[in-house]
Design a protein around this ligand. Sequence first.
Ligand code: SF4
Length: 329
Amino acid sequence: MSTRNIVSVSGGKDSTATLLVAIALETENLQAVFADTGNEHEQTLQYLEYLEQATGVPITRVKADFSSQIAGKRRFIETKWREQGIEESVVLAALDTLQPTGNPFLDLCLWKGRFPSVRAQFCTLELKRDPMLEQVVIPLTEQGDMILSWQGVRAGESLNRRYLPECDEVGGGLFNYRPILKWDVPAVFEAHRYMGIKPNPLYSQGMGRVGCMPCINCRKDELREIALRFPEAIDRIERWERLVQQASKQGAATFFAGSNAKHPKGSISGMTAIEVMEIASIRQAVEWSKTTRGGIQYDLLIATDKNNCASAYGLCESGWAPHQIMEAA
Ligand code: SF4
């Protein structure tokens, strides 16, 4: 039996710093794993190549595959939706759209008929945790190896990370280790400097977090920056919204979940798909991100308040205001 040290890397500063700690400690049997969500920025994918080459630590890429879930959903639509009396045009539109694309983020949303949200953040588990477990960790534990899973989590990031232990046992030979739990943002960038490793260039381009582009937890100012600097990311989400909308029974799906709390038209649940898209689509969210005041309450405002990603595994970065990043970097 051997001990494997596996660092989950996202291309963000915290997971990179964690990898650098493992290297500085001359950790044996070290490997890094990156889960490609399919909603990553090209610069992050390039950064991983740089990181691999600059550190000499191999980075295993994993990707979730939802082909079988989509096939199951097609069978469900063909039978149950029709039994439920769903309009034939809706059934046919869903069947027409529901084909695996090979993009994990899009396929997950097609399967679920919706996008993840702050309250239903299934993306972290489905796109990151599960493929890492299934494709890397479980095969190693099945051959009798002990796994130390290194996670780039900091207590200061959010309430649900504040009380995590530095080390805990998951079971079956798997242990979590969070070596930078007590670090602050300057310490994270200092580790990059000390080890001679450049941070992901997205931090110097106004991004407060590195991960999905955009993340469902992104802040209002981040969304504004993304739309300004990377308009193709917004175009992609707009295309995805149309597809997921077609695959949803309600005929409505928006990347950011709108709440009825502040919308003058009242409850979104009572609106038609077109009305929902008109007030809560990614385009509308971008327009709103350019304003200084409220209007619709999107999930991204709630996320700002909590400064929070629900993942306790450090698989997705919590957000920081760009000026905090710039000051520390
Ligand atoms: S929480 Fe954000 S970064 Fe993480 S998987 Fe979901 S959308 Fe992507």
